[in-house]
Design a protein around this ligand. Structure first.
Ligand SMILES: [Zn+2]
Ligand SMILES: [Zn+2]
Length: 347
């Protein structure tokens, strides 16, 4: 079968011919119907081989970690799943480690290797699922809309859940970046909290999308005025919570400084910024507040966001591309010109 793969670390992805996977004992094969493309796919191309090896990654591997499909083959001993079932694939986790047992599968000790991240992913007609606990039933949800829920949707959900207790009536939540994850965060904040939502994004198109999805105010990209703007829109108090889906020096510094005493700043964006401390930590950090960071999402996060989609409470803004046009989709992702998520479809 034809697959879109990373041939070696620090090299450009390419089309390769690979054998169709067959399931070993306890494994499942899924016929892919839709795959969302993620910024982290691009980041993976820049990972130094030493870091990749320390994560347990091997190359070549097939890209694509936001996968929807249909179960097409069951390995020996898999009795709780049925051929033909429509599924989405949540992030891979072992189910047995200290974190998984406590429901924090996003911190799974064996979760560094995932489909499309150091192991074969969904940009191919079939994908092997080594840990079928990751499969969640899709029901009658559209696979194109559901594919981005597995990562972009579930990761945004994890962040919103982290700050929900701060978002009482009259509160304000700030979202930096209204792209793939931020556009889900805006919707989730609207559905799960009474907070006023302020989205920041340099793209006019993404600001208009944020407004359509429930933001109360959408402002241009983060700048030297951002902290002041947040104060002006919160009666001088500052934001109760900031979720930063960008992660540059500018957004980190503005985010941390925009939070009210007792509020929270969450860093999710992987732009690689650092926090400098002019005036010292005590001047900069939110007093009595919280700064947190995380990667990815748990099985429960994926279930939660799937349930909200099933209830019609959130939607997935997507642009679709044929499998053959995957390179064009990545070009648009790099250029930042997508409205919502790029989803590659197979038919
Ligand atoms: Zn991702
Ligand atoms: Zn685990």
């Amino acid at each position: 079968m034809r697959a879109y793969r990373v041939p070696a670390f620090l090299s450009a992805p390419e089309w390769q011919e690979v054998p169709e996977p067959t399931p070993g004992p306890g494994q499942v094969v899924v016929e892919v119907t839709a795959v969302g493309l993620c910024h982290s796919d691009i980041g993976m191309l820049e990972i130094p081989p030493t870091l990749a090896e320390s994560l347990g990654w091997t190359a070549p591997f097939t890209l694509g970690h936001e996968i929807a499909g249909r179960i097409s083959a069951l390995g020996a001993g898999v009795h709780n799943l049925a051929l033909g079932t429509a599924v989405i694939l949540a992030s891979s986790s072992c189910g047995n480690c200290w974190y998984c047992v406590r429901g924090h599968s996003n911190n799974c000790l064996y979760g560094n290797v995932n489909r499309g991240a150091g192991d074969d992913g969904g940009l191919a007609p079939y994908v092997l699922v080594k840990t079928p606990r990751d499969l969640l039933e899709l029901g009658d949800l559209d696979p194109v809309a559901a594919a981005p829920l597995t990562d972009a949707g579930a990761t945004a959900y994890h962040g919103v859940n982290r700050v929900r207790n701060l978002l009482e009536p009259g509160s304000t939540a700030v979202v930096f970046g209204a792209g793939g994850l931020g556009s889900f965060a805006v919707q989730l904040l609207r559905v799960l909290s009474p907070a006023k939502i302020i989205a920041f994004d340099p793209s006019l198109d993404k600001r208009s999308l944020a407004m359509e999805l429930g933001a109360h105010l959408a402002l241009p990209g983060v700048s030297a005025e951002t902290v002041e703007e947040v104060r002006n829109h919160t009666g001088g108090r500052g934001a109760d919570a900031v979720l930063d889906f960008v992660g540059t020096d500018a957004t980190i510094s503005a985010g941390v400084s925009s939070v009210r005493p007792g509020g929270a700043y969450g860093l999710v964006g992987a732009a690689g910024g650092t926090l400098t401390t002019p005036g010292g930590w005590y001047h900069l950090l939110p007093k009595d507040g919280e700064i947190f960071t995380y990667e990815g999402s748990s099985l429960a996060d994926a279930q939660g966001v799937l349930a909200l989609a099933r209830s019609g409470l959130i939607s997935s803004p997507v642009e679709t591309f044929a499998f053959d046009d995957v390179e064009e989709a990545y070009r648009r992702l790099r250029a930042g010109t997508l409205r919502g998520r790029a989803v590659v479809t197979f038919d």
